[in-house]
Design a protein around this ligand. Structure first.
Ligand SMILES: Cc1ncc(COP(=O)(O)O)c(C=O)c1O
Length: 424
């Protein structure tokens, strides 16, 4: 089928997520390799956002391709309640060995939103099982945890979620902490702790993703985590975006001394090949569900939980991630991103800029302060596409989060195009 008729059928039959770039048809992709996306029209685009942060090592890495092919010859999927298999067991063991804190068990699901829902439900039911009336949830303003109802509730009154406001559950939002507002935040926390009703804080460690790619003040975030720990509030770290090397360490929670009780993972877990969510819990959490009373067990399971192909892909991606070669690549990208900051100094178009590990992030001054709906993001998206770069600005936030296979000259080129864009 030629690309014209495929494009027509795409328009006719397919509903794409976030279809906001109405005027341009979707780009048809023929294949992808490394950080390159090859379109049916013969264009070659460099993927500088790792296809929504899932692609760790580059597209179609042969090691992961082979692992999936091999796994598909014996077992693709089997019900995961009452049954188990080697790829899932092996993956759980390996994740527990590298996750920060004292994680004891891995619960599989199938995407980032479900990994967060599972974490949230574990935290709430932990207290329910203990017979304690702790039902309130804390989260940071401007956070993003996914598109399901629990995850939307955590994000709060964001433009994304406006149509569903009446159906979201109540969450206590902490201001995004800075030196100016921290005393107000501490007051809110004190009030909440005094109520004795708080079950958990759900947070993105170190950097907020979709909510604007903003870096937390680490010391202030740590202070809040410590207060929560001291006041018997469970810590649920959403590492869906930050996990698997993005922030320079394997997991962003490693940057903190206070470790979470529950960690939510997805995105990079399979190296960008197949959907998989994983929620890790400490022994303390797990033991609260370890009961012969059916009302106390975790009554939650998705059809594709523990999918064997996804687990095989994740194991292969871990092989690559834990190699010295990958560590070198992550260090090289991190260094180039941080060196680039000097070139942004004094740029009048930017409100702020920063880098953390492999992520470079900056916020353009809003023209009319429309946040996520600012049309700058559409203009920027198109500008970069015209230069054969896939960058997907989030409102005013512009960021580079390339796959780890990206070479020095490729990253420098992308950074220079960002500079050109800011100077135009
Ligand atoms: C921090 C965070 N949590 C959860 C999610 C939801 O993941 P998914 O899109 O796989 O449902 C995302 C997605 O961007 C995310 O960045």
């Amino acid at each position: 089928m030629n690309s014209n008729s495929l494009a027509d059928k795409d328009k006719k039959f397919v509903w794409h997520p976030f279809d906001i770039f109405k005027n341009s048809p979707n780009i048809l992709v023929e294949r992808a390799l490394g950080n390159k996306i090859y379109t049916t029209e013969g264009r070659i685009l460099s993927d500088m956002v790792s296809s929504w942060w899932v692609n760790l090592h580059g597209h179609n890495h042969p090691h992961i391709v082979q692992a999936i092919q091999k796994q598909a010859e014996t077992l693709s999927h089997v019900i995961f309640s009452g049954f188990s298999h080697e790829p899932a067991i092996h993956l759980a063991e390996r994740l527990i060995a590298i996750l920060p804190g004292k994680m004891d068990k891995i619960f599989f699901s199938d995407n980032g939103s479900t990994a967060v829902e599972v974490g949230l439900k574990m935290a709430l039911q932990y207290w329910y099982n203990a017979g304690k009336q702790k039902t309130r949830i804390l989260a940071f303003e401007g956070g993003y945890h996914g598109d399901t109802f629990g995850a939307m509730s955590l994000a709060g009154p964001e433009p994304f979620n406006q149509p569903f406001q009446n159906h979201l559950f109540e969450v206590v939002y902490l201001p995004f902490p800075d030196e100016q507002n921290i005393s107000k935040t501490l007051e809110v926390l004190k009030r909440e702790f005094n109520s004795g009703l708080v079950a958990a804080l759900v947070y993105e460690p170190l950097i907020q993703g979709v909510g604007g790619m903003r870096l937390f003040n680490k010391a202030l975030q740590e202070k809040i985590l410590k207060l929560c720990r001291d006041n018997e509030v469970l810590l649920v770290a959403d590492e869906v975006m930050t996990g698997f090397g993005r922030t320079g360490k394997l997991f962003a929670s490693e940057h903190f001394t206070i470790k979470p009780d529950i960690i939510c993972l997805s995105k990079g877990i399979t190296g960008g090949f197949l959907p998989l969510g994983a929620t890790a819990a400490t022994k303390n959490i797990y033991e609260a569900f370890n009961s012969t009373d059916k009302r106390k067990i975790f009554l939650h399971g998705h059809s594709y939980t523990g999918n064997a192909l996804s687990c095989a892909a994740a194991n292969a991606s871990l092989d690559l991630l834990l190699s010295d070669d990958c560590k070198r690549k992550i260090d090289m990208i991190s260094q180039i991103q941080s060196q680039f900051l000097k070139k942004l100094e004094g740029n009048k178009k930017l409100e702020w800029f920063a880098s953390i590990g492999t992520i470079l992030t900056m916020s353009q001054r809003p023209e009319k302060s429309k946040g996520y709906f600012d049309s700058q993001s559409e203009d920027a998206y198109q500008y970069f596409l015209d230069k054969d770069l896939l960058l997907r600005p989030l409102g005013n936030a512009l960021y580079l989060s390339p796959p780890y296979c990206t070479k020095e000259d490729e990253l420098l080129h992308a950074q220079n195009v960002v500079l050109e864009y800011l100077e135009k």
